[in-house]
Design a protein around this ligand. Structure first.
Ligand code: ADP
Length: 919
């Protein structure tokens, strides 16, 4: 029954009934604050944005609002105990041994927790007087971005803390700096970007937590973006103070100036300093090891915005699962660090052909030498998570198993360095990895091997982790503790011999402790000289006399404290070893990174061999040629369900200034989306330094990748399907340059046919004439294929189908040309629509087609082409046409058929149209 808990006003025992300082008790008269509550309130006041885990005996208790929040979030019982100012105090609690589990859930739900411990034994408090409260304070702030525990982290993902700082670049544009760290691995990077870049960077990093200044959080430009992100922490201005930034950063690294790390702008320094300041605050002054901040040059990585990442299902599917994503399909890594590094590379493909070639060389080396690949992968399997073990040890949260992690990791690194064949290290990345693998001093691994036992406890407080034979002093106390019987027996044998009393025994009871016992007849002998110089009389019973000796008393004292001393010596040894690891942190980190890089390369090689991928040529032009390309994920899914994947070619190469646009038509289910995505994924894979699923691929560097699908709802943010589609399309048309690769799937589908067609039409013209990028555009508006007649770099392609006995057969082959029709009715038939509906639809279609014939032709002939329409708005002629358009838009509305939301949206659109007209 939960009522076994003490009332607050009478904190006299913990839940197990063990006594807790009486001093925490108070009379609890209504209206009076107990000393313990006073302490609680003070600590809570100092940490207002955190749920306070207040340690009481074997529980962390939460009070007041915190209790209500936590009991709801964790589904644990809310009780009311004691009174504060005459009112019940809500309370709930979690047992200390299960705290990690509850912390994990709270953090996942976006809460932050302050962990408040008892800093002294309750008995100490008691000594100060009956009224004194056990000393307590917060020892750690747990926030989503500053976790180090394996139990709280996903081993296969980085967990970033990111800071955003902003400066005005001009009256209406801002410049942003983004700094991010992973304190569980020490990675620390920063970059500057514009507003669109910021969105893409945040989408790439998916930080576990983002910190911003209060001001930025409340800012109209950024506020709504920030509030839509999962874990954003607004902080007081001083954390983002530019004037003190460089000093705070230098302090963290213990250097005089940060110039040695590179030249950073004030804005970058501000973001970077915010990160370290926040880390120090949450770790209560401890400084986990971070690599010095390294700038990611703007444009060094392929920019991919959030919608594109989601849509291409790079890291997870649209349903939010890892399974079915590109990452899951290509991940053949065998270590957690390798898996994190792979995810990182996939999230941030490169844009420098040389760096890409460097990675590809390593992958190729592992393909060429299959034996080395197998050996290396085998050796890697034994390698523990070096980076995270290191980080925990340095923040003082490590245990014996982390030391073992370092030991085994270093051993694995050394072994691995030997496995890298000399000819393979012709690859520059491989050679560098080999140097890094050998960086840590082998003496450290040896020392750890000598010091650590075979079986290790989780916590160092449990003791027993130091190998016997390693420390003579420890061996002795342990011998006393563990072998006290043997030591006593030896002593007994010696006394028996010295006194010639064979029946002499050493016994133990709770009153006397250890004592020597002889029969009454021998007692006299021991009480007489010379024995009485050694034996001290303790007790005479009917048949026995009991003695002790100085030696036995000492032995007893030593036995009693042996366990304590053993633990103390072990903890000293732990600290020594942890300090050694700490001193070697930089080299260990390098080795850890090298292990991860080797794992990634060997895994990508394994993938390439398994699935017949080829090395892509990555070039600094606008070419894009894929021969025999396949979709990396669909291909694997099909392989399981039988049926071959049909490989297809794609060529978006046009000239030196611009790319080609493929307009892809074909019925639903033909394979249009698959084809579009596979080409985008091949570009991503190539630029991350992976081989690609194709017969041949030559990819001109892509600097930004966009992918949009018509009719994707974003109900969570309250925007209609069509609105989302248009907002996203607008982003592409406004941002894509000639190096971009754009994938548009069924844009314009979310509205009436003619609206949709017109928008798709104008979009293609804009892509062709203004963006001039490489693009793939799938549509079921065949009318659009007529555009190829005017747009020289537009190419019509279709996914072929065959009609056979009134049924449509999908060939999944992409060929030049246009689909002759939609086959929508055939597909509907396949889906099982009732025969009567199918027949009726055929009739209606025939009617519609008869009316519609030739309309696209007319459009091509009559419409002034894009050059005219694309003139800046200000130059556009005329209020009259604008007014006409407005009138037409009004006339097109049918209020009776609109939902209130649609009506409101329409009203906004009309207002905007009217505003543009008046400009
Ligand atoms: P669309 O976008 O034209 O409606 P999808 O790209 O969604 O069609 O493809 C429909 C299904 O056809 C896919 O789920 C896949 O199983 C199969 N498919 C697509 N492309 C191929 C291909 N090249 N080879 C084999 N099967 C394919």
């Amino acid at each position: 029954m939960t009522t076994a808990r003490p009332a607050l006003a009478e904190e006299t025992s913990d839940r197990n009934g063990a006594p807790v300082a009486n001093g925490d008790a108070a009379t609890g008269e209504a209206g009076r604050i107990t000393p313990m509550m006073e302490q609680y309130i003070e600590i809570k006041r100092a940490n207002p944005h955190y749920l306070l885990f207040y340690r009481m005996g074997d529980f962390y208790e939460l009070f007041f609002d915190d209790a209500e929040v936590a009991s709801r979030a964790l589904g644990i019982m809310l009780t009311k105990r004691g009174k504060h100012l005459g009112k019940d105090i809500p309370m709930c609690g979690v047992p200390v041994e299960r705290a990690d589990e509850y912390l994990h859930r709270l953090i996942e739900l976006g809460h932050r927790v302050a962990v408040c411990e008892q800093l002294e034994d309750p008995a100490e408090a008691k000594k100060r007087g009956a009224k004194s409260v056990v000393k307590r304070d917060v020892v750690r702030l747990v926030t989503p971005g500053t976790l180090t525990e394996d139990t709280l982290l996903d081993a296969t993902r980085n967990n970033y803390l990111a800071a955003i700082a902003r400066a005005r670049a001009s009256a209406d544009t801002s410049l942003f700096a983004l700094a991010w760290i992973d304190i569980s691995t020490g990675e620390f990077r920063l970059t500057e970007c514009d507003r669109a870049g910021l969105g893409a960077e945040v989408a790439r990093l998916e930080p576990g937590e983002i910190i911003v200044s209060d001001a930025l959080y409340g800012d109209p430009e950024l506020g709504s973006f920030l509030r839509a992100l999962p874990a954003v922490t607004p902080l007081a201005r001083d954390v983002f103070d530019g004037a003190t930034a460089e000093r705070r950063l230098a302090d963290y690294f213990g250097v005089a100036t940060t110039e040695a790390f590179g030249k950073f702008s004030r804005l970058e320094l501000t973001a970077a300093a915010a990160c370290v300041t926040y880390v120090e605050r949450t770790q209560l002054g401890k400084r986990p090891p971070l690599s010095p901040p390294a700038r990611e040059a703007a444009g060094a990585t392929l920019q991919i915005d959030a919608a594109t990442r989601a849509n291409l299902e790079l890291m997870r599917t649209l349903a939010g699962e890892r399974r079915g994503s590109l990452l899951a399909a290509i991940d053949r890594t065998v270590t957690a660090a390798g898996s994190r590094a792979l995810a990182q590379r996939l999230a941030a493909p490169l844009t420098d052909p040389q760096r890409i070639a460097r990675r590809l060389d390593t992958v190729e080396a592992f393909i060429t030498d299959a034996a080395m690949r197998q050996e290396v992968r085998l050796a890697l399997k034994a390698a523990p998570d070096l980076a995270r073990a290191l980080a925990r040890l340095v923040v003082g949260r490590g245990g014996p198993r982390d030391l073992a992690g370092i030991r085994d990791g270093l051993a694995a690194a050394a072994r691995l360095a030997d496995h890298l064949a000399p000819q393979a290290t012709a690859a520059a990345e491989m050679a560098e990895a080999q140097v890094h693998l050998r960086a840590p001093d082998p003496a450290l691994a040896d020392e750890l091997t000598r010091a650590l036992a075979d079986e290790l406890p989780l916590s160092r407080r449990d003791g027993g982790f130091v190998r016997p034979g390693c420390d003579p002093a420890l061996d002795e106390v342990r011998a006393l503790r563990d072998e006290s019987r043997r030591v006593i027996a030896a002593l007994q044998a010696r006394y028996a011999e010295d006194t010639a009393i064979r029946a002499l025994k050493i016994r133990h009871n709770n009153v006397l402790g250890y004592f020597i016992e002889v029969t009454a007849q021998h007692g006299d002998k021991l009480m007489a000289p010379p024995a009485n110089a050694t034996f001290i009389h303790r007790q005479t019973l009917a048949g026995q006399v009991r003695f002790t000796t100085t030696e036995l008393a000492e032995l007893e004292a030593r036995i009693a404290s042996a366990a304590d001393r053993a633990l103390k010596l072990e903890l000293e040894m732990f600290d020594r070893l942890a300090a050694r690891v700490n001193a070697a942190a930089a080299a260990i980190k390098q080795a850890a990174d090298a292990l991860a890089a080797i794992d990634v390369a060997a895994a990508l090689a394994q993938l390439a061999v398994e699935r017949s991928y080829v090395r892509p040529e990555v070039v600094p032009t606008l070419e894009f040629v894929v021969a025999g390309g396949r979709h990396p994920v669909v291909e694997q899914a099909l392989a399981r369900d039988a049926g071959p994947f049909i490989a297809n070619d794609c060529n978006l190469t046009a000239d030196e200034q611009a790319g080609r646009i493929w307009l892809l038509t074909g019925p639903n289910m033909a394979g249009k989306s698959t084809f579009l995505r596979q080409n985008a994924l091949i570009a991503v894979l190539a630029q991350m330094g992976s081989f690609v699923p194709a017969r041949r691929a030559r990819i001109g560097i892509v600097d930004r990748l966009f992918s949009r699908v018509g009719a994707a709802d974003d109900l969570a943010r309250g925007r209609s399907t069509f609105m989302v589609e248009m907002v996203e399309t607008a982003a592409i048309l406004n941002q894509a340059g000639s190096r971009a690769l754009v994938i548009l799937d069924e844009i314009g589908r979310g509205t009436a046919t003619f609206d949709g067609l017109s928008i798709a039409w104008a979009t293609i013209e804009h892509l062709h004439d203004v963006n001039r990028c490489r693009a793939l555009f799938a549509t079921h508006f065949h009318e659009l294929t007529a555009l190829a007649a005017k747009l020289t770099r537009l190419f019509n392609a279709t996914v072929r189908v065959k009609e056979w006995q009134g049924e449509v057969v999908f060939l999944h082959e992409v060929a030049a040309g246009a689909a002759d029709r939609s086959y929508g009715i055939q597909v509907a038939k396949l889906a099982g629509l009732p025969a009567a509906v199918i027949e009726r639809a055929k009739l209606v279609l025939a009617e519609l087609e008869a009316e519609d014939r030739g309309s696209a032709r007319r459009l091509i002939d009559d419409l002034p082409l894009f050059a005219a329409a694309a003139r800046p708005v200000a130059q556009q002629p005329a209020h009259d046409t604008a007014a006409e358009a407005l009138g037409a838009a009004l006339a097109a509305l049918n209020p009776d058929e609109m939902s209130p939301r649609e009506a409101l949206e329409a009203l906004y659109q009309l207002k905007q149209q009217a505003a543009e007209k008046d400009r």
